[in-house]
Design a binder for this molecule. Structure first.
Ligand code: ADP
Length: 307
């Protein structure tokens, strides 16, 4: 069975449903991808690499990971810190805003749990996935250890996958983000890049410009996503364009890219070609954006990709 591990932060999500009532769920970019992958590919084993606390919500999060079918061997429990949390609010015009409580989250200290033995155990993975958010939340003083850890995994033959998700508020400034994104691009074997994330950091505005940016690095598999516009791929020295069927009734674009990534990676690990994997990933993302929330009810994505 192929093995993939997603490193990053899962948070408690609070969403007002009526006055004084909040709906609570769990979400986070790489976690969302892991869930969609697991739902769609039972021949791939997916694990999360993260830290949670030892409190009630952290235990519920851990239980949710297990219920999702994720391997929790690399989910560590911090003794004093807890999970991050965010509140989504929607104003009268439908514009969403987010308030975060994550600066002291357990996940920020993930590197303190990764011992030599853990690195050794993770070296038999087929793929290791992280995002721009995964790097941003690691304490700045721990980032050298993170790059060393990634270099070790890569030297053991683990394919490194990077999604350059960019959240400005998690970085000191743009140049700190660029330095770290450049390191990630230099190390990864596969990148699943969204145009919007890289516009302000690198001044790129089109899929073609993002492709050229990625091609400056030795990345063997490049996928560029741009909302309802075509996806561009570059693999085995071959560039291809994959048409997307635009969704007309978009309800919530949260986690479109995450669902795309999870299904794309699961399909590739299950033996699909780039073309087949993008087609399945686009079907999955197209369904996710027609429903509210990061994780939509079970069954919908599975049905969409089977059609
Ligand atoms: P991100 O969430 O990373 O910003 P994008 O917005 O580029 O990602 O979208 C990721 C994928 O979701 C796209 O490549 C596409 O497959 C799908 N998608 C996004 N918006 C639409 C849309 N309006 N219609 C159809 N598919 C979409």
């Amino acid at each position: 069975m192929k093995k993939i591990c997603f490193m990053g932060e899962c948070m408690v999500e609070l969403r007002p449903v009526e006055p004084q009532k909040l709906n609570q769920s769990f979400a986070g970019d790489v976690y969302n991808s892991a869930v969609y992958l697991t739902r769609c590919f039972d021949d791939v084993s997916a694990s999360m690499l993260t830290a949670v606390g030892s409190d009630r919500l952290s235990n519920e999060m851990m239980a949710q990971f297990k219920q999702d079918g994720l391997n929790t061997s690399y989910v560590f429990q911090h003794e004093t810190r807890s999970t991050g949390l965010y509140l989504i609010e929607t104003d009268d015009t439908g514009e969403r805003s987010f308030t975060y409580w994550r600066s002291e989250s357990a996940a920020k200290q993930i590197m303190s749990f990764i011992t030599k033995a853990q690195t050794e155990a993770l070296s038999d993975l087929d793929q290791f996935v992280f995002s721009g958010i995964s790097i941003a939340i690691i304490e700045a003083g721990d980032r050298d250890a993170f790059w060393q850890f990634l270099t070790t995994l890569k030297s053991k033959g683990v394919q490194i996958v990077f999604d350059p998700n960019y959240r400005a508020r998690l970085w000191k400034n743009e140049s700190e983000a660029v330095i770290n994104f450049d390191r990630a691009f230099a190390l990864c074997d596969v990148t699943l890049a969204g145009v919007e994330d890289l516009t302000s950091l690198y001044g790129v505005h089109t899929s073609e410009e993002v492709l050229q940016l990625c091609q400056k690095h030795d990345i063997s598999e490049i996928i560029v996503k741009d909302g309802s516009s075509s996806v561009i791929s570059f693999f085995d020295n071959e560039r291809a364009e994959h048409a997307i069927t635009p969704v007309t009734k978009v309800v919530d674009t949260t986690s479109a890219g995450d669902a795309f990534n999870g299904v794309y990676l699961g399909a590739r690990l299950s033996g699909s070609t780039i073309c087949e994997a993008i087609s399945l990933a686009a079907k999955a993302a197209g369904i996710v954006i027609q429903h509210p929330g990061a994780i939509i009810p079970k069954g919908l994505v599975e049905k969409a990709i089977a059609s």
